[in-house]
Design a protein around this ligand. Structure first.
Ligand SMILES: *Cc1c(COP(=O)(O)O)cnc(C)c1O
Length: 375
């Protein structure tokens, strides 16, 4: 057995559309697949406007620029998080202020959030961890009370929903990634969404080297901008993926249900919890290993699975433990803070192979190994 932790699933019209894009001669930022993806993905999320970019990290960067946040501003971020949104803030000299995770959902702990807000705070960045929606109503209430923007990093959550509203439609601006291991992919890629046409027009200009959206291309520029364009070749692949996203999502649900059902008999293994009114998309099937009940540590289990041909990954490591952020510790208000939940997740969590082309027998094999190893 050799089971990878993630694999893209390109078994639909991806190749056909890619060839069409190739043959059209539109292989850079313009082309019919780019505009088609932008309108179809926005419609899928129930959001008015969108524009594609090169990846999910720069999507956050241009969203932050479009909102007009600037050096010295503070933005509340989840401590337990991929670091990418934090990078995006630091590109602009904006201070990310981390808040620990909720022990059940692993998303930002809303009971802890308000104490980190001060007069410099301008926004809250919500990240739906592993596809599990954040506690949006509570976050919205706090944001309203303090007049803060909500930026939604939905890179792991295509198709998820909160109280029947689609993820990606909740924030002032939201972003997704189309990296190879995400719910839908085009290899690399990203998209920014908003109901504000002005904000998306800002992103369109910023991502395209500052060229004006209309008028004569006279090579006169008025602000420092980027080349964050997405290509029509990539969009062709993403369009094919989006066509079967519902099928992809239901397969992922099945994968999680199968893992949970079989592993419910294995003491010491637990799962991320989903609020009853949320629909998570199971980006990755994550488990926590309770060393004292299970009889082995996460590291031992990781090694045991690897030696039996099963690739896994550890969960994210909190911002409080990132060497790259050490020198910002005081500015980020982290000096006297502890982040016990993030630390626990980082030390005891693992994600199991989760991808659409996975076979049922793979899941039973992995669960059997986990159960057999328990002592
Ligand atoms: C993957 C990911 C990103 C970054 O997306 P890229 O396309 O890899 O740049 C940002 N935020 C989260 C939460 C992610 O999982």
């Amino acid at each position: 057995m050799n089971i990878k932790v993630s694999e893209p699933c390109l078994t639909g019209l991806e190749r056909k559309y890619l060839t069409e894009a190739f043959d059209s001669g539109f292989i850079s930022g313009a082309g019919s697949f780019v505009s088609r993806l932008e309108s179809e993905f926005a419609a899928f999320c129930g959001v008015g406007h969108s524009t594609t970019v090169s990846n999910g990290t720069v999507a956050l960067h241009v969203a932050i620029r479009a909102l007009g946040l600037s050096a010295g501003d503070e933005v509340i971020v989840p401590n337990f998080n991929g670091i990418y949104g934090v990078y995006a803030l630091l590109y602009e000299g904006i201070i990310p202020v981390p808040v620990d995770a909720d022990r059940d959902t692993w998303n930002i702990d809303v009971t802890n959030l308000e104490s980190k807000i001060n007069s410099k705070t301008k926004a809250i960045m919500m990240v739906h961890m592993y596809g599990n929606p954040c506690d949006y109503d509570e976050i919205l209430e706090i944001a309203k009370r303090h007049n803060l923007y909500i930026i939604e990093d939905a890179a792991e959550a295509h198709g998820a929903s909160y109280k029947s509203r689609k993820i990606g439609s909740l924030g002032d601006m939201s972003s997704f990634s189309f990296y190879a291991n995400k719910i839908i992919t085009s290899g690399e890629g990203g998209i920014v969404l908003s109901n504000s046409c002005e904000l998306i027009d800002r992103v369109r200009k910023l991502k395209n080297q500052g060229f004006p959206l209309s008028g004569v291309r006279d090579f006169i520029f008025d602000e420092i901008s980027y080349n964050y364009r997405y290509t029509n070749l990539q969009a062709a692949i993403a369009c094919a993926q989006l066509e079967r996203i519902l099928e992809i999502l239901s397969e992922r649900d099945e994968i999680r249900n199968r893992y949970q059902k079989i592993l419910s008999h294995t003491e010491g293994i637990s799962f991320q919890k989903i609020r009853p009114y949320s629909k998570s998309v199971n980006w990755m099937t994550c488990i926590l290993v309770d060393e004292y009940v299970y009889g082995h540590s996460r590291n031992d289990l990781e090694f045991y699975l690897a030696s039996n041909g099963v690739e896994t990954r550890r969960l994210f490591v909190g911002m409080n433990r990132q060497p790259v952020l050490k020198r910002y510790s005081t500015e980020m208000h982290m000096d006297d803070c502890i982040f016990p939940t993030s630390d626990y997740l980082a030390d005891n969590g693992l994600y199991l192979p989760t991808y659409n082309t996975m076979e049922q027998t793979h899941i039973s094999y992995i669960c059997e190994l986990i159960d057999r190893y328990k002592s």
